[in-house]
Design a binder for this molecule. Structure first.
Ligand code: DAH
Length: 350
């Protein structure tokens, strides 16, 4: 659908909202119920608009989605206002036919919670990867040195093993640790089955570091892994480009920048062009014009060897997404601590 049509559609939503709001104000409770169903019922106008959302392209969907959310809010507010008025009527012992079953008929107008932005991001990411054929698997948060480091080709003297970064624990005399990333999920799945493997592992990770605007000792990551017989870097690129465009709901400029991770070779980091300065360089992107979104690469043969895979036969790619980071980039949030302070003024915006 082109821009003219989407604008027309948005105009129609506005007209509809104005008309219904006028009616809501004047309606009695019985009429109000009918109007509510007309808007939000199974075949309600707002419900049908929402159902048609997926058929539009990404930028139209964004516009349309925003307008729909606005319309929902206006209508819900109008209904709440109308109910409040009827409550005062009831309190003042005016006609009792105004009496309502609030929980049955109007559950939504009461203060409604919403999913935490981090959970929303995880759900969005899962939905995208599921549609690309990935299965979702879980991994333990309490790990051993083998899964978190050794099997991932991270040598014993590597700084990320340092007590500075890792929380170590002792479980019945056995040295354990809190996973510092979701990459151990790769090892668990490969130990259990032979390729083809195509999974993501969402989860919480822990690092022994002081929190500041961009660091937190607990945060979330999503690991990705595909192993098969003839996977190339192009497969990795195609999956990540598709994911990023869908997650950010627009076609962004991105680049794959060579990088280094022990468990992948070659390795890369994916950057998106800074949304604030459009690549010119500003304070937010530290004058780089680009912002890092995730790490990825082709699975290192040593990782395949550590799970006894035939590394001549099997090949694959892996990637790791920082959930807080990607949420911050999407919504222009500049301090990771906002996610954990539970200030409703912040949370209510999502
Ligand atoms: N495990 C890395 C980290 O915590 C993220 C990562 C980078 C995961 C590259 C990957 C990858 O699978 O290929 O920083």
């Amino acid at each position: 659908m082109d821009i003219v049509n989407i604008n027309e559609l948005i105009g129609n939503i506005e007209l509809f909202v104005n008309k219904i709001c006028g009616k809501i104000k004047k309606s009695d409770i019985k009429e109000l119920r009918i109007l509510k169903t007309k808007c939000f019922g199974k075949n309600g106008i707002i419900t049908n608009f929402s159902k048609s959302l997926p058929q539009y392209n990404v930028s139209d969907r964004k516009k349309f989605g925003l307008q729909l959310n606005k319309a929902k809010k206006i209508l819900e507010d109008a209904i709440v206002k109308r109910i409040e008025k009827s409550k005062s009527v009831y309190r003042d012992s005016e006609p009792h036919h105004e009496k309502l079953s609030y929980s049955k008929d109007f559950c939504f107008p009461f203060p409604k919670g919403s999913l935490h932005p981090i959970i929303q991001t995880i759900q969005d990411i899962i939905a995208i990867f599921k549609s690309l054929g990935f299965a979702v698997v879980d991994g333990p948060e309490l790990e051993t040195d083998w899964y978190n480091f050794e099997a991932l080709n991270i040598p014993e003297d590597h700084p990320s093993r340092d007590v500075q970064d890792t929380f170590y624990l002792n479980e019945n005399g056995i040295k354990k640790l809190l996973r510092t990333h979701t990459s151990p999920g790769q090892i668990h799945i490969m130990e259990k089955q032979l390729p083809p493997i195509k999974i993501i592992v969402p989860g919480r990770v822990y690092r022994n570091e002081t929190s500041d605007a961009s660091h937190s000792s607990i945060f979330y990551q999503i690991e990705g892994l595909e192993i098969s017989e003839n996977i190339t870097f192009m497969d990795l690129k195609a999956v990540l480009v598709e994911f990023i465009n869908r997650f950010f709901m627009s076609e962004l400029n991105l680049r794959f920048r060579p990088s280094y991770f022990q468990f992948t070779e070659p390795s890369a980091e994916v950057d998106i062009q800074c949304n604030f300065c459009k690549g010119k360089g500003c304070k937010i992107c530290k004058n780089l014009g680009w912002m890092e979104v995730l790490g990825c690469g082709m699975v290192h043969p040593n990782v395949l060897k550590s799970v006894n895979y035939d590394f001549q036969k099997y090949i694959g790619y892996a990637f790791g997404i920082g959930v807080e980071r990607i949420t911050m980039l999407k919504h222009n949030i500049n301090d990771i601590r906002l996610f954990y302070e539970n200030d409703l003024r912040f949370l209510k915006q999502f």
